[in-house]
Ligand binder design. Sequence first.
Ligand SMILES: [Ca+2]
Ligand SMILES: [Zn+2]
Length: 263
Amino acid sequence: MPRLKGMPRKPSRTVRALTTLLGALGGVLALTAATLTSPVYSGTGWKALTTEGIYSLSPDPYEIVFADTTARTRLAKYFLLPAAQVTRSVGVPITVTTTLDLTPLGTCPPRHRIVVHYLHQPLGQPGMSQARPCYATGNGSAWGGHILMDSEYWTIPTWFGPDPAVNEARRKDASTHELGHILGLDHPNTDIDRDGTVEAGECVAKDWLKPVMCSPNRGLPWPTVEETTGPVAYNFTEPGKFSKDFDLPGLRQLLANYVLRQG
Ligand SMILES: [Ca+2]
Ligand SMILES: [Zn+2]
């Protein structure tokens, strides 16, 4: 481009620099707009349960109910903490009720009901619990469903190892983990070591804490007995909590997806 006679060079440079800056800003703005308008189905340490048809979390309240009085007596307290966390830190009210609900396992319960069962080996295998999430066919949001907790965690006090504190921490983690599935979270395990296989416990961690949705058992190893220290309990600093760095951001994004998917 020809320069006007007598025109100093500096302004021209300034204009070019400004143009480049605007170009860069334009790119940033476009990226932000795309981020704001598109639903997201996975992030660091979390993954949406799209394989079960769940793409979002509804802002309307959910309630936890029980299949029978034994389930209510044994398990109600294990859902208080995660329900309060989702209510307070995600913004979706979840109430632990005293209601009994006889909806059969093969049937989805009424909208936004989560039925908790206390059953011996519900999958026919030792130590296996299960969530059976339902989804709203209209918009792919979490509907509610059934949680089948294996009663062995409670009837055999040393199920998770010799340390009572470890056992209680694992019971809490297991209950919260199954609730997470109902709310639309999948296992976030990924092939971190790039050996071609997604392994058990292969999940991101922050301050040694993995997502509660990490499979299995928050990705924690069985407690082991060390000769010098006795039973070692592995980082159960936040038993039964959705982790603030992984699970909770995932649930918040699922809630945001509810609106984003309507756009
Ligand atoms: Ca691997
Ligand atoms: Zn699971």
